[in-house]
Write a protein of this length. Structure first.
Length: 395
């Protein structure tokens, strides 16, 4: 008889290299599979289940809303959507919100808005090498990694990529057709690479100098991940457009594009839309997430625990300095950078950790990325680090 994993592998188009587990249950930082194996989850659905699995406040909000109203489309207003938009505006630079269902869709909305704002002939967007912005054709074109482009050309035109960390090279790419610069304050998929403070401030200055928009993709690092609700708050700058998704709904599919009144005015009724965008149940979940994250002490806790995680990884990196290059990240997104000599061992390390009940991801090919739920405990961080150290020591 075939097992569930074999059945799954026969049924699905082969786009994912999945670990051999059927996950059935989660609570906090713990996951359980169909065989009863338990896992300590330092992936959290890729920085998505930031309040942990099945947080009672989120589950309650979903159940309550599901019993009331599931969907009406954006032909009408709904209570949860208005409440969520109000909270996003209250806690950010933004005046206006557009609701989507995913990160890529939030970025698509941002790209379309920037092009509308730029006007006819002003459509070019500059992003960074090593970036990741999504899997739709436009967001793939914005993504600064060749491996995501192969096989899909011709891609939408007008996307240019500046080398990471080089302001001068970026300015050379700006033309009178440029409408926006799009960057992540910290590159997640690209290998947990934070932008230096002066660098992102310099990008803001370039945008002001050339009257173009700054779009921040905070899909992975927004929503408390770095210790502030949005990562750019630590840079002393404001974007013109910001996209968030992943942790916004703690696992319910939702994305949002935030912007100022001035920029928002470029969209008129009919210019953009989404059937499911701002779905009442997803919005109810997101309201519960925002209330929890903005409650007293929550973000302080993320900072403290982030420093602890950094310290634990740093101690491994120092002890095995022939195998590890160092540690980088902000708050509770931290990456252990493998030395080039063992960079090809990344997938094997992740798989060994998986067998030992520890879930982490590989980012940028050679970075062991930790994105635990923000509700993770110091003990859980220590438990993960001790298994990771053992795996590294056996290399
Ligand atoms: C995950 C991610 C996206 C894409 O989000 P989806 O919800 O998978 O479409 C875009 N940008 C960044 C920075 C991401 O981490």
């Amino acid at each position: 008889m075939k097992n569930l994993i074999e059945i799954g592998n026969e049924l699905f188009i082969n786009t994912y290299a999945r670990h051999p587990a059927v996950m059935v249950e989660g609570k906090g930082c713990r996951l359980k599979d169909a065989k009863g194996n338990e896992y300590l989850d330092f992936v959290a659905g890729i920085a998505t289940c930031s309040l942990g699995h099945c947080h009672p406040v989120v589950t309650e909000a979903i159940c309550r809303q599901a019993g009331k109203l599931l969907h009406v489309s954006n032909l009408y207003h709904t209570m949860p959507q208005i409440e969520l938009a109000g909270m996003l505006v209250d806690h950010s630079f933004a005046d206006k919100v557009f609701m989507a269902n995913s990160g890529a869709e939030a970025n698509e909305a941002a790209i379309k808005l920037a092009r509308k704002h730029g006007g006819t002939g002003c459509f070019e967007i500059i992003s960074l090498e090593g970036s990741f912005h999504g899997r739709t054709l436009a967001t793939v074109a914005a993504t600064g990694q060749r491996k995501f482009h192969i096989g899909y050309e011709p891609l939408p035109v007008g996307f240019y990529h500046a080398p990471f960390g080089d302001l001068e090279a970026m300015e050379k790419l700006i033309t009178n057709k440029t409408c926006a610069i799009l960057v992540e304050p910290l590159q997640g998929e690209g290998g947990v690479r934070p932008l230096e403070k002066e660098y992102l401030q310099g990008i803001r200055t370039l945008c002001d100098k050339h009257s173009i928009l700054l779009i921040l993709d905070e899909i992975q690092v927004g929503m408390g991940r770095t210790g502030t609700l949005f990562a750019h708050e630590q840079y002393g700058i404001r974007p013109d457009i910001l996209t968030c998704a992943k942790a916004l709904g703690n696992g319910m599919p939702i994305g949002a594009m935030l912007t100022t009144n001035k920029v928002a005015n470029s969209f008129k009724p009919g210019d953009h839309a989404s059937t499911f965008g701002g779905n009442p149940v997803a919005c109810a979940a997101a309201v519960a997430v925002l209330k929890t994250m903005t409650s007293d002490g929550f973000l302080e806790g993320v900072k403290t625990k982030g420093e602890h995680l950094h310290k634990c990884l740093k101690s491994i990196a120092d002890q095995y300095n022939r195998l590890c290059r160092g540690v980088r990240g902000r708050g509770l997104i931290q990456g252990l950078v493998l030395d080039d000599s063992i960079a090809d061992k990344g997938a094997e390390i992740i798989s060994t950790l998986f067998k030992a009940g520890i879930l982490v991801t590989l980012a940028g090919g050679k970075v062991i990325r930790c994105t635990p739920p923000l509700t993770v405990s110091i003990e859980e961080i220590d438990a993960m680090a001790s298994v990771l150290e053992e795996v590294i020591s056996n290399l």
